[in-house]
Unconditional design. Structure first.
Length: 119
């Protein structure tokens, strides 16, 4: 067994212009480095934002704490909160924002599919 930390003090502030008020605590290595899945905890501070961009791979964002808004290819924001998740296809433009703060698990992988009743 190997223990992993994703507490706020284990996170880093990523470089890039797509992220405002965001820290990331990786749980897996990036795809292409031997890991078929990328998983990380993203924390968005109050007024934080993951700016509109295309998903590199199929992606699931699952909200663990807090609330915010997400949009997909249509650009229309929808509310999201704890216990809810969204799925974006590879190449799909999407965005996430919050007024009060949000913590989410983000998973990315080739062939990733959301679970559906009857799956």
């Amino acid at each position: 067994m190997e223990r992993l930390r994703f507490a706020p003090d284990a996170a880093f502030i990523p470089r890039g212009d797509l992220l405002d008020g965001v820290t990331v605590a990786p749980l897996t290595a990036r795809p292409g480095s031997g890991s078929p899945v990328q998983a990380a905890i993203f924390r968005l501070a109050a007024n934080g934002r993951l700016r509109r961009h295309p998903a590199t791979l199929p992606q699931i964002l699952a909200v663990l704490e807090g609330s915010g808004r997400v949009s997909g290819s249509d650009g229309e924001f929808q509310p999201i909160g704890p216990g809810e998740a969204v799925f974006w296809l590879a190449g799909e433009e999407h965005e996430t924002e919050t007024d009060t703060g949000l913590t989410a698990l983000i998973l990315e992988a080739d062939g990733l599919q959301p679970w559906r009743i009857g799956s």
